[in-house]
Design a protein around this ligand. Structure first.
Ligand SMILES: [Zn+2]
Length: 319
């Protein structure tokens, strides 16, 4: 059976998607790993304190989905060695589920709850760069082991601005931490202008701060995926995050033809598989892996998406 190795994908479209030597496809089991692979990271997981009836406890009353305790157990159950836990957004009630009250330190909450799980939970701080204390806060969080930052311009109601927030971006670049930015059209919880978070604003950030690894969550969804592709093609440190894009049930579903085009152009070296836990199930995991398999993403390509690319960029940052 021939296997397509996408690593050779070229931003010029030349030599894209070269056909590798025959290799027997391994079963689509997370534990079926290639010789160089094996490190599985469940990327893009939200954590937050219990919110009313959301994710109410089941009859067995185990840890609630969304809690670091549940995330550690759930990710292990699905065969992931580690998980990337995003701290709750510090926004008013009604803005989203993954939140704590403004004035509450969401990053401190995550640290306290995740401590027992050591390196199994990789912490990212959800921050708003427009808040005056954010740069100094970031510095302290990095010292306490936070491995990256998450931006959600819609939930947190800010615009991406490479110039206005230069102190924050300069600090992030100096610390060498990756930045995960929401990019799909987000119309829940009230309208927020598209021009506040359009991928072209990320092009400005990546151009001004070329050492920051920037991961674009949801690949921009169907509406912006070509714009996100343009950013990835223009900047070596820009990455796709496939979170909630592989199935039509998701708001940011990207049609198959677009995916085939994207993988052909950029390969799999800068693509991360993410899940938007706790909005994710074992069935979602199995279905997504089947979809990736049908796109020809197997073996080494799958290893890259499921952990190697993420670990590569964070290890490079800390090196
Ligand atoms: Zn998310």
């Amino acid at each position: 059976m021939q296997r397509r190795d996408f690593l050779a994908g070229s931003t010029l479209g030349l030599a894209a998607g070269t056909l590798a030597a025959a290799e027997v496809a391994r079963p689509q089991n997370l534990r079926a790993q290639g010789p160089a692979g094996g490190r599985r990271v469940m990327f893009h997981c939200h954590t937050f304190p219990a919110q009313g009836t959301s994710f109410a406890a089941g009859s067995d009353a185990g840890p609630l989905p969304g809690s670091p305790e549940h995330l550690a157990a759930f990710s292990r159950e699905l065969g992931f060695d580690r998980a990337v836990a995003l701290s709750p957004f510090e926004v008013p009630l009604g803005r989203c589920t993954s939140r704590v009250d403004e004035g509450t330190d969401g990053a401190a909450w995550l640290s306290e709850r995740a401590e027992a799980f050591g390196e199994r939970l990789i912490r990212f701080a959800s921050l708003d760069p427009t808040r005056p204390e954010s740069a100094s806060r970031l510095e302290k969080l990095a010292g306490r082991g936070f491995a990256g930052v998450k931006f959600h311009p819609v939930i947190c109601r800010f615009s991406l601005d490479a110039d206005r927030d230069e102190h924050f971006y300069g600090t992030l670049e100096r610390l060498g931490l990756p930045l995960l930015i929401h990019t799909g059209v987000f119309s829940g919880y009230g309208q927020w202008p598209l021009e506040s978070y359009h991928p072209l604003l990320i092009d400005r950030i990546a151009g001004k701060y070329p050492k920051i690894p920037i991961i674009m969550a949801h690949c921009g969804g169907a509406a912006f995926c070509r714009d996100v592709l343009a950013v990835v093609q223009s900047h070596d440190r820009a990455y796709f995050d496939l979170t909630h894009t592989l199935d039509p049930k998701y708001a940011w579903y990207i049609p198959r033809a677009d995916y085939e085009f994207i993988f052909e152009r950029v390969g799999t070296g800068r693509v991360l598989y993410g899940v938007d836990y706790p909005w994710y199930s074992r069935e979602d995991c199995e279905r997504d892996l089947k979809t990736l398999d049908s796109l020809g993403i197997r073996g080494r390509d799958l290893d890259r998406l499921l952990g190697e690319n993420f670990l590569g960029l964070t290890e490079a940052s800390s090196g």
